[in-house]
Design a protein around this ligand. Structure first.
Ligand SMILES: [Fe+2]
Length: 158
């Protein structure tokens, strides 16, 4: 079996391994759900939502790569296989079929907020275990919170 040496060992390693794997699942989930919505959104605000959703896809994919490579660099093999993701995903999934724009904005805002809460917990968990990993998670949280704001703002009645 291949192993990679790391300065993070023992209980800290276990915390960081669990957090990074959970964060990877969350980010791939967000990227896939945002892409599903990007393809299926309908309604008068189609274009703005269609484009905004791809910003979420890009954000989630970029942070997923950072999180997975952080794990790998610490000797923790990241598991991004679709079966693993399907077995461990924690969020409600979008319905199949075309989706009405307002419902998309509400669903994606709710998804992002749920993931923001999870990431804030990951940030706390890694505070002492590994501040370098915590730094990456803080950056991801900032991006997720920014996108959450934009989607929630779309759902406000004028
Ligand atoms: Fe596209």
């Amino acid at each position: 079996m291949v192993t990679i040496d790391s300065a993070i060992t023992g209980g800290d390693r276990e915390i960081v391994a669990n957090v990074l794997q959970a964060a990877l699942v969350d980010l791939v989930d967000v990227s896939l759900q945002a892409k599903q919505a990007h393809w299926n959104v309908t309604g008068p605000t189609f274009r703005s939502l269609h484009l905004q959703l791809d910003e979420v896809v890009t954000l989630a994919r970029e942070h997923a790569d950072v999180v997975a490579e952080r794990a790998a660099a610490l000797g923790i093999s990241p598991d991004g296989r679709v079966k693993t993701l399907a077995d461990s995903v924690q969020t409600p999934q979008l319905d199949s079929g075309y989706l009405q724009a307002e419902l998309v904005a509400e669903s994606i805002a709710a998804l992002l907020l749920m993931v923001v809460y999870r990431f804030r917990d990951y940030v706390e968990q890694t505070d002492e275990a590994d501040p370098v990993t915590q730094d990456l998670l803080i950056a991801a949280t900032q991006g997720l919170e920014q996108q959450h704001w934009m989607f929630q703002a779309m759902t406000v009645e004028s």
